[in-house]
Design a protein around this ligand. Structure first.
Ligand code: GAL
Length: 807
């Protein structure tokens, strides 16, 4: 295939293309999940899949590469190809993406002092070129670029550098030019893109990212209008409420983009997935990266978003010729109402767009009257009959439920049986002595920055020192204050072995000052600080320079003196004892003597272990970790991510309904107020074994594992809504069948899903029709007409059928 472009679109073998792409990041699911994700993307009307490439995952240590399991990029791209989809490869290798350190390996930052990433620094440039070249070569070897007969049609270098370029002065421009020159030299045979890079150096194609990109146009007028990130929802940090972006608003944004000349659009994310292990960026990004994407975290279809967008995609792709070649005429009706007519070789295609966020608009077009709801776009493939309106959602709404593990309901006890081990904490009186014996200990007269000390091999870094107090000293032999200045992200402080307090940033602010009153004793006193990272920063100018950990000063403050301990002799110890000794590996854990008695609760630094049977069937598996504090969880040795179910979101700001009309932002339409930001944790099916599974938790701040359960997640109920003249489709989206019709009314029903009620009139046999056609089936469809139902006596047109069914 030959890939080129003109100012309208990408061209494949000379033909203009409408590209509807979706982001699926391979490390955020498993290789076993990829085929079904691709199929669902294809069924959802996509013709391309986009991914970033995650450098720090592939090169965890300098020149040691990993392309195994869910890091098998070529296997991922092969899955995309096998599904008949194009691929867009955003190599970066800086990727942002709420990914740890934006995808940069921390060893790169530690390679030499004062290195600044994303500049023309020689070391940085060399390394980024080495990695990018490696990826390009790998993909070339698999013949995956379009001119090689492959399916990759675009590649990206850097990411949104334009957003921060001015912070770098002239150097910024030099750097982006160097990136462009380098990309060009790789000779991949398909165009390169640079997102959020206004006036990108030729021949890079600049592209737009955002919730809306209809008003965007590239600076150079020979370039097509591309949208690389249409944010389908938003990510979440610990303490955040759940962001939602409605199907109505996403489809409105898409339709407007194509109305105003766009031709390539990529959903960010189409499947968000999970930040397994220590891959989240941040700081403080949750393990779930669900994003309210059309495919949910576990790979289930998120309805109605997925289905509503599918209808739109099919219309746009069917109009490919007209949209990429046609002449466009815009007619302004005032009040934000605009009609666009595309015309090409005798055929027409119309968008009727109403961007007024309050009022529907009625107007006349070529002698016919049309009414377009507020904040919506209608599509009329012949400019005569409306076949789709972004605000009229006909797709079912699916309500997902978690069901207890069926394997547990036989002979097995439902409650998991737990054993435990304490994390070895310093023999506190002599922390230095102990630390010095420990491998990896760094013993210096200062406080080390955490990334520098750990190379990011662990979240945990101990800072240990001691203070000698003379028994006759008047200043220090009374209550004083320990003050610790840290760059985050979590701090646990101990004096003489006693936990004196813990603290972490709130509302996204990660640097803080910890202060606590303490009393020292005569002689040696130990001060042990455990600093914990929760995902390294991934965005902003110079984000790579952001310091983490206890960078100080650390002080003792009495009423008449201050003792600065920052230049004391500090021992630094990387990682937990159980982490270094791999307590979480099943084999290793079997050689330890776990305590079965006196299961502690609310105890810091505790390892818990249990076993469970795999839930039968194929439905995704999730752990309910309610009751636990914060820590890390492993299933059969696989790190399923950090948990922090004790971190609740704000009580306020949620509303049961969301008015999608008007510009979306991530603070609009939030849910899950006053509840754990993340209670459920995905365990991919491929991590499970038929002969039983081991779950190991490290509990850092104290919690109770007794209420932990294993669950499956699937559709619990579905709601459908259809007007007379259309077809209502209901589906349990899997092997389950419709087991009950909770509500059905053909007439003028009121309310919304979960609270439907009959209106003033209805067909008496409404429910019977649904029972006859749908009960016991995985899916069914009903023609919503007078003939399907008994007379309703309603004097209205069109009547509406509303159904709530149980799966
Ligand atoms: C963009 C960035 C993406 C992602 C997104 C927010 O600015 O390019 O990588 O971070 O924001 O989810």
């Amino acid at each position: 295939m030959e890939v080129s472009y003109n100012n309208r679109s990408l061209k494949i073998d000379g033909e203009g293309k409408i590209i509807i792409s979706g982001a699926i990041h391979y490390p955020r699911s498993t290789a076993e999940m990829w085929p079904s994700l691709m199929q669902k993307a294809k069924d959802g009307g996509l013709n391309a899949i986009e991914t970033y490439v995650f450098w720090n995952a592939h090169e965890p240590s300098y020149r040691e590469y990993d392309f195994s399991g869910n890091l098998d990029l070529v296997r991922f791209l092969t899955t995309v190809r096998d599904a008949g989809l194009y691929a867009i490869l955003r190599i970066g290798p800086y990727v942002c993406a709420e990914w740890n350190y934006g995808g940069f390996p921390v060893w790169l930052h530690n390679l030499k002092p004062n290195i600044t990433l994303r500049t023309t620094d020689d070391t940085y440039m060399d390394e980024m070129k080495t990695f990018t070249t490696k990826i390009v070569d790998m993909v070339k070897q698999a013949n995956m670029f379009a001119p090689q007969g492959g399916h990759i049609i675009l590649a990206q270098i850097e990411n949104e550098f334009g957003n921060i370029m001015s912070d770098f002065g002239d150097e910024g421009k030099e750097y982006i030019n160097a990136c462009a020159d380098f990309a060009n030299s790789l000779d991949i045979g398909v165009p390169w893109i640079m997102c959020q890079q206004q006036d990108a150096p030729s021949p890079m194609i600049e592209t737009c990212n955002g919730f809306y990109c209809d008003a965007y146009s590239p600076k150079k007028n020979d370039l097509p209008k591309f949208w690389t990130e249409n944010w389908t929802g938003w990510f979440k940090a610990w303490g955040d409420r759940q962001p939602y972006r409605t199907a109505e608003d996403v489809s409105f944004a898409v339709a407007r983009f194509f109305q105003y000349g766009g031709s390539l659009q990529n959903y960010y994310m189409y499947h968000g997935g999970t930040n397994f292990g220590r891959t989240t960026g941040g700081p403080y990004i949750t393990t779930s990266y669900d994003y309210d994407a059309p495919l949910d975290e576990y790979g289930n279809v998120n309805q109605p978003k997925w289905g509503h967008l599918k209808q739109l995609h099919e219309l746009l792709i069917a109009a490919e010729k007209i949209l990429t070649n046609g002449v466009r005429r815009d007619i302004d009706y005032g009040d934000m109402m605009g009609v666009s007519v595309y015309e090409f070789s005798g055929q027409r295609f119309c968008f009727f767009g109403n961007a007024n966020n309050q009022d529907e608009q009625t107007f006349s077009f070529e002698g016919n009257n049309f009414t377009i709801p507020a904040w919506s776009v209608s599509i009329l493939p012949d400019c005569f009959i409306e076949v789709f309106n972004t605000a009229k959602v006909n797709t079912q709404k699916s309500i997902m439920v978690k069901r207890p593990n069926e394997a547990d309901q036989g002979e097995e006890p439902f409650n998991l049986q737990w054993t435990w081990l304490p994390e070895y904490v310093e023999k506190i009186k002599k922390p230095m002595a102990h630390s010095l014996k420990t491998k990896g200990t760094k013993y210096v007269n200062k406080l080390l920055e955490q990334k520098a000390a750990t190379n990011d091999t662990s979240d945990y870094l101990w800072y240990l020192t001691s203070v000698n107090i003379n028994g006759s000293d008047k200043v220090w032999n009374k209550e004083i204050t320990l003050q610790v200045n840290t760059q985050g992200h979590v701090l646990h402080a101990f004096v003489n072995g006693q936990h004196i307090g813990s603290q972490w940033g709130k509302g996204g602010k990660y640097d803080f000052q910890f202060e606590k009153n303490i009393t020292l004793t005569a002689g040696n006193n130990s001060i042990s600080l455990l600093s914990v990272t929760v995902g390294l920063k991934n965005y902003g100018a110079y984000f790579d320079k952001t310091e983490v950990g206890v960078v100080g000063p650390v002080k003792l403050i009495s009423s008449n003196d201050t003792m600065d301990l920052s230049n004391n002799s500090w021992a630094h110890k990387v990682g937990l004892h159980g982490e270094v000794n791999e307590f979480y590996q099943v084999e290793k854990s079997n050689h330890l003597t776990w305590n079965a008695e006196n299961l502690p609760t609310n105890r810091m630094f505790t390892w818990y272990k249990t076993t469970f049977q795999s839930p039968p069937g194929e439905e995704p598996v999730v752990l309910d970790l309610m009751g636990l504090g914060k820590g890390i969880a492993w299933v059969n040795g696989n790190n399923i991510g950090r948990f922090w179910p004790s971190f609740n979101s704000d009580n306020n700001g949620c509303s049961p309904t969301c008015d999608y009309r008007g510009s979306y932002d991530s603070g609009k339409c939030v849910g899950n107020c006053g509840k754990p930001s993340q209670r459920w944790y995905h365990v991919p099916r491929s991590y499970l074994r038929n002969d039983g599974n081991t779950l190991i938790l490290f509990e850092e701040i104290g919690g109770n594992p007794s209420s932990v359960t294993v669950n499956t997640v699937a559709v619990g109920s579905v709601c459908g809504n259809a007007f007379e003249g259309s077809t209502l489709e209901l589906s349990c989206q899997g092997v389950r069948v419709i087991s009950d019709i909770k509500f059905a009314s053909f007439g003028d029903p009121i309310g919304t899903c979960g609270s439907f009620a009959t209106g003033t009139c209805q067909s008496p046999n409404s429910k019977d029709v649904l029972i006859k056609n749908c009960l016991g089936k995985q899916s069914c469809s009903i023609n919503v007409t007078e003939w399907t139902f008994e007379p309703s006596g309603c004097q209205i047109f069109p009547k509406r059928l509303a159904v709530e069914a149980i799966c």
